[in-house]
Ligand binder design. Structure first.
Ligand SMILES: C[S@@+](CC[C@H](N)C(=O)[O-])C[C@H]1O[C@@H](n2cnc3c(N)ncnc32)[C@H](O)[C@@H]1O
Length: 343
């Protein structure tokens, strides 16, 4: 399948929204591990691109380096080794121009920022992800790792890679997936060899939920005892829906991801548009009355579980909050109101 090259034109708004999200996650992830007991941390950007777009807007690798710079004081103070892995490879091209641009962008940045140059070990690769991933997997498994998989299309969401990431214990990963491709081609054999999604089930829901739906089906592919938690963030690009898939096992990581999602969309926290039509639910309609918004509906369910004694501890409450893709503040608002009523 042919893909439009992201670097042939300036980044569009959706690409920038995706990169901003990636950047926010690095901003939250780096200090957590720098301030912990870890002596080495790793960041992998397997599909790095060129470093900048045609207008000089920073791409994922430069954004990662800038985030490292923001935490440089603590990195030196704690003596943490930061290993950075960037890869860029253009299929079927003898001349690897994008990789050359990436090399130059990194070396210029590190020349200008000698502190970052001293703090990190930069490993640059010009390899097909299919071959590089198995080579770097032992490193991903060994250290706390942040893994970006900003692919074109959907191919590398294949179980071959995705289930390997599931087995890691200290990895947070962010995939980019062109979810709308599933809608169009998901039934074809070309797609099914990479990821077999039940498109009949997916198409029972409106198109705008395709990304959410893929995640639900991915969850079903996880081993029964898996601790991996998966969350979507859908991105609308014109008529198409794409999105980020976040995965991690630790509740602290989930908390960070959901915090960023809800900060980016305070109404329904799961997309860069009003995916659950909550704006329309604010006003009562003649026939339906007032429909609860996503947050109100969640708070109702929290209240029922607390009042029925099903949720009795903070831990149980937080597990429910994260399982539902919400943030602690939504539950505490509800508890505050319940306490007020009791008085
Ligand atoms: C969506 S772009 C990544 C954009 C990048 N994150 C940025 O901020 O500019 C995907 C990149 O992966 C590269 N690519 C395509 N197939 C690849 C493969 N099999 N292995 C590694 N890189 C690949 C493409 O050349 C392209 O630059």
């Amino acid at each position: 399948m042919a893909y439009k090259d992201l670097h042939d034109s300036p980044f569009d708004q959706t690409t920038i929204a995706k990169l901003d999200f990636f950047e926010d996650y690095a901003q939250a992830w780096i200090p957590t591990f720098v301030m912990s007991e870890a002596d080495t941390i790793c960041i992998f950007d397997f599909f790095s691109g060129t470093g900048y777009d045609l207008n000089g807007v920073e791409g994922s690798p430069i954004r990662i380096l800038k985030k490292i710079k923001e935490h440089i004081g603590n990195i030196f103070q704690k003596g943490v080794k930061v290993k950075v892995y960037f890869n860029e490879w253009e299929p079927n091209k003898k001349e690897q121009k994008k990789f050359e641009l990436l090399q130059k962008a990194c070396s210029d940045f590190l020349y200008e920022n000698k502190d970052v140059n001293r703090a990190i070990e930069l490993n640059l690769f010009n390899e097909n992800f299919e071959e590089l991933f198995p080579k770097l997997l032992p490193e991903i498994k060994k250290f706390p790792s942040l893994v970006y998989l900003d692919q074109n299309g959907i191919k590398f969401l294949s179980e071959k890679y995705f289930l390997e990431l599931e087995k890691t214990r200290q990895t947070d990963f962010l995939y980019f997936v062109s979810a709308s491709y599933f809608w169009r081609f998901g039934e074809s054999e070309e797609f099914k060899v990479h990821l077999d999604i039940d498109m009949e089930a997916a198409k029972k829901e409106p198109y705008k939920f395709i990304h959410r739906n893929i995640i639900e089906q991915l969850r079903m592919k996880l081993p029964a005892n898996s601790e991996l938690k998966l969350y979507p963030f859908s991105l609308k690009k014109g008529a198409n829906i794409h999105g980020i898939i976040f995965g991690a096992t630790h509740p602290r990581a989930v908390n960070k991801f959901l915090g960023i999602s809800w900060k980016r969309n305070e109404i329904n926290g799961e997309a860069n548009f009003d995916i659950d039509d909550d704006a329309a639910k604010i006003q009562a309609t003649l026939f339906e009355g007032k429909r609860p918004t996503k947050i109100e509906d969640f708070q109702k369910r929290v209240a029922i579980k607390v009042l029925s004694g099903e949720i009795t501890t903070n831990k149980k409450l937080l597990d429910f909050v994260y399982a539902e893709g919400h943030i602690g503040a939504h539950a505490s608002d509800c508890l505050r109101r319940l306490k007020k009523k009791e008085r």
